[in-house]
Design a protein around this ligand. Structure first.
Ligand code: ADP
Ligand code: MG
Length: 608
C-alpha cells in the first residue's frame, strides 16, 4: 500500500498520482486529506507556499464530487488568473481517470460568454477569481446555490488584494450546510476574521511554524547605496551564471525599468506587471517557464502564486512594505523540498527592517558582501571551464576543422587553454577592472563608531569618497589633483582613485584606512594662502556620514555624466519609444560583459 493509498484515496486518483510522479504525500496532504475524506467539516490549513496545498484540497474534493450529477458542487476561489489556471490544470490532471468530472476556470480578462458556455455544459467544480465570480453571479451565469464545498485558496493573498467584500458577497449566496476549507500560507487578522465569520468550528492544521517562511530558503541581505541597487543586482546575477530568478520591485515603473535595463545589458530578462496586457503577461510567463527568461522582474501582485519550480533565487530589489509580502516572495523559491536563496538589497537605513522580518519569520538573515569585480571574474571563468568540459561536440563543425587546425597549429594545449580563457577573462576584467566596491561600508550590525574630528562618522571599511574644495579653476585636472593629494598626504601610487574634477570642487576616493590620515593632513591646510578643505563626502556605496546631506551631498545633484545611477532615469522602450538611443548615458557599469552575448538567445519583441 502506498502512502497515498493509506490516506484513503480511491484508485482513479492513485493512478493519476502515479502519472504525476508524486511518491509521498507532503505534510499538509498527509494531515488534511484524511480529515476531509472522513468527515464533513470546515477546515483551516496553514502551510507555506510550495507545500502542495492544491492537492491537499484537490484530491479529497474530486473524490467527494458526485460525477453523475452535473450540478456545480465545488467552488474554489483563488486570488489571480494565473493561479486559477494553474489550479484548474492540476485538478484536471488529478481527475484524468474520472470520466465525467468537469473543472472550469473563471477569471477576468477573458471572454465571459465563453466561460458561461463552459459552465452551461456542466461544471461540477469551478475555479474562480472573486471579481469575475461575483460578476457572473450577478448576471446569473453561474449557480452556486447548492454547492457542498467551498475552498478559499491562498486566502491571505485574496484578502491582501482587497477581495474581502467580494468573498463575503459570494459566500452569502451559498448554502449554510456546505463545508468550507480555507488554505493559507499565513494567518493575518483578516483571515482569522473570515474563518470566524463564515466557518463552523473548523478543524485546524498547521504545517511548520505559523507565519514562517519555507525552511528550505536561505535568507541573505546586502547593504548597498540606494543608487547602487542596479549594479549590485547585476553582480549578483553574474555571480550566479545559472540563475533562474524572480526579482521583486515595489512599483510597476521600477519593474519595467529594471527589466529593460537588464535586457539592454544582455541578460535574459522579462517584466511582469499589471500594465502589460494579459497576452504580454502570458508570453512572459511562458518564456520564463521555458527558461528563455532567466530573470523575471515582477511586482508582487503580478507574481502572486507563480508556480514555477526550481527557481534558484528570489531577489528583493526593494523590500516590500508588509512583512507578509516578504514571506510570499521568498516562498517562490525553495519549493517542493528544493533549496533556494532569498536575497535582499537594502540601504543602511533599511537594515532594521531585516531585524523585523527575522523576528516574524523566525529565521536569521546572513549579511553578505556584493562580490567584487575580480571575484566575479573568477566565478565566471570557473563556470566557463566547466561549460567547455560539459559541451557536447557538434559534428557540424567538422568541415571547418582542417582550416581552424591550420590557424591554431603549433599552439600547445596549455597555451591554447590560456588563450581561450583569456579571451573570456579580458571581457570580464575590462568590464569590472574599474568597478567599485558596492557594499555600503559601516553595514555591520555591530558596527564600530569612530568619531571623526569633524564630528561625522567615518566609514571604517571599504572605499571612502571625499569632497575637496579645489577644481578646474584652480588649475587641476584629475591627474594633477591625484598627484597633489598623494604627495601632500604621502600616499602610494594607487591609493587615490576615482578622481573627479569639477569647476570649483572635486571628488576622490581612497580606502578607508587612509581616511584618518587625509582628514588630519587637510586640517587647516593652506595652499597659496587659501584653505584647502577636505570632507568625507559620500562613500561610493551611498552611505557615508551625516554630512552627506550637507555640503558634500549637496553637490551630488550637480554632477553630470559618469554617474552610476543605473537604476535611475527612464530609458524608453527600444521598440517603441525611440527615447533610449539619444539618452544613453556614460555609465561605468552600464553595458555589461554579457552585452551582445546572451542577448542573441532572445528577441526583445517577444516580451514587450
Ligand atoms: P502550494 O499551493 O502549497 O504553494 P502547490 O500545490 O502549488 O503548493 O504545489 C507545489 C509543487 O509541488 C507543485 O509543482 C506540485 O505539483 C508539487 N507537489 C505537490 N504535492 C506533491 C507531492 N506529494 N510530491 C511531489 N510533488 C508534489
Ligand atoms: Mg497554492
Amino acid at each position: 500500500m502506498t502512502k497515498f493509498e493509506a490516506l484513503g484515496l480511491q484508485k482513479s486518483l492513485l493512478d493519476a498520482i502515479t502519472d504525476m510522479g508524486f511518491e509521498t504525500p507532503s505534510e499538509v496532504q498527509e494531515k488534511a486529506i484524511p480529515i476531509l475524506l472522513e468527515s464533513e467539516t470546515d477546515l483551516v490549513a496553514l502551510a507555506q507556499t510550495g507545500t502542495g496545498k492544491t492537492a491537499a484540497f484537490g484530491f479529497p474534493l474530486i473524490q467527494k464530487i458526485d460525477s453523475n450529477s452535473r450540478t456545480t458542487q465545488g467552488l474554489i476561489l483563488s486570488p489571480t488568473r494565473e493561479l486559477c489556471l494553474q489550479i484548474t490544470k492540476e485538478m484536471q490532471a488529478y481527475s484524468k481517470y474520472e470520466r465525467n468530472i468537469n473543472v472550469v476556470a473563471i477569471y477576468g480578462g477573458a471572454s465571459i460568454t465563453d466561460q458561461a458556455r463552459q459552465i452551461k455544459r456542466g461544471a461540477q467544480i469551478i475555479v474562480a477569481t472573486p471579481g469575475r465570480m461575483k460578476d457572473m453571479i450577478s448576471r446569473r451565469l453561474v449557480d452556486i446555490s447548492s454547492i457542498d464545498y467551498c475552498i478559499l485558496d491562498e486566502a491571505d493573498e485574496m484578502l491582501n488584494m482587497g477581495f474581502m467584500e467580494d468573498i463575503k458577497d459570494i459566500l452569502s449566496g451559498t448554502p449554510d450546510e456546505k463545508s468550507t476549507w480555507l488554505f493559507s500560507a499565513t494567518m493575518p487578522r483578516e483571515v482569522a476574521t473570515i474563518a470566524k465569520k463564515f466557518m463552523h468550528s473548523p478543524q485546524e492544521i498547521t504545517v511548520g511554524a505559523k507565519n514562517s517562511g519555507a525552511s528550505t530558503v536561505q535568507h541573505e541581505y546586502y547593504v548597498v547605496g540606494g543608487r547602487d541597487r542596479y549594479p549590485a543586482l547585476k553582480r549578483l546575477a553574474d555571480t550566479n551564471p545559472d540563475i533562474f530568478a524572480v526579482i521583486f520591485c515595489r512599483t510597476k515603473r521600477d519593474t519595467q525599468k529594471v527589466a529593460e535595463n537588464l535586457i539592454e545589458d544582455g541578460y535574459n530578462a522579462g517584466a511582469l506587471h499589471g500594465d502589460l496586457s494579459q497576452n504580454q503577461r502570458d508570453l512572459v510567463m511562458n518564456s520564463f517557464r521555458k527558461r528563455q527568461i532567466q530573470m523575471l522582474v515582477a511586482t508582487d501582485v503580478a507574481a502572486r502564486g507563480i508556480d514555477v519550480d526550481d527557481i534558484t533565487h528570489v531577489i528583493n530589489y526593494q523590500l516590500p512594505d508588509e512583512i507578509e509580502t516578504y514571506t510570499h516572495r521568498s516562498g517562490r523559491t525553495g519549493r517542493a523540498g528544493k533549496s533556494g536563496i532569498s536575497m535582499v538589497l537594502v540601504t543602511r537605513g533599511e537594515q532594521r527592517k531585516i531585524r523585523a522580518i527575522e523576528n516574524k519569520i523566525n529565521q536569521k538573515f546572513e549579511l553578505k558582501k556584493v562580490p567584487s569585480g575580480m571575484e566575479i571574474c573568477g566565478i565566471q571563468l570557473h563556470h566557463l571551464a566547466n561549460k567547455i568540459k560539459d559541451t557536447e561536440t557538434n559534428s557540424d563543425v567538422d568541415p571547418y576543422l582542417p582550416e581552424i587546425n591550420e590557424i591554431l597549429e603549433g599552439i600547445d594545449r596549455e597555451e591554447l587553454i590560456k588563450k581561450l580563457i583569456s579571451a573570456e577573462f579580458t571581457r570580464f576584467s575590462n568590464y569590472y577592472s574599474k568597478s567599485k566596491d558596492l557594499n555600503s561600508s559601516d553595514s555591520g550590525r555591530d558596527r564600530e563608531r569612530s568619531d571623526g574630528r569633524r564630528g561625522g562618522e567615518i566609514p571604517t571599511s571599504g572605499a571612502v569618497r571625499y569632497f575637496i574644495n579645489v577644481g578646474e579653476k584652480d588649475g587641476y585636472d584629475w591627474m594633477s589633483l591625484k598627484d597633489f593629494i598623494r604627495d601632500t598626504v604621502g600616499l602610494g601610487q594607487e591609493d587615490v582613485f576615482k578622481v573627479d574634477v569639477k569647476e570649483s570642487f572635486s571628488f576622490f576616493n581612497t580606502e578607508s584606512e587612509s581616511t584618518q590620515q587625509i582628514l588630519e593632513k587637510f586640517t587647516e591646510f593652506k595652499v597659496d594662502g587659501r584653505f584647502v578643505n577636505v570632507e568625507v563626502s559620500k562613500n561610493p556605496g551611498g552611505g557615508g556620514n551625516r554630512r552627506s546631506g550637507g555640503s558634500g551631498g549637496g553637490f551630488r545633484g550637480k554632477r553630470s555624466g559618469g554617474r552610476r545611477d543605473d537604476d535611475r532615469g527612464g530609458r524608453g522602450r527600444r521598440d517603441g519609444g525611440g527615447e533610449s538611443k539619444g539618452r544613453r548615458r556614460d555609465r561605468s557599469e552600464s553595458s555589461s560583459p554579457n552585452s551582445g552575448k546572451r542577448r542573441s538567445t532572445k528577441r526583445k519583441g517577444d516580451f514587450f
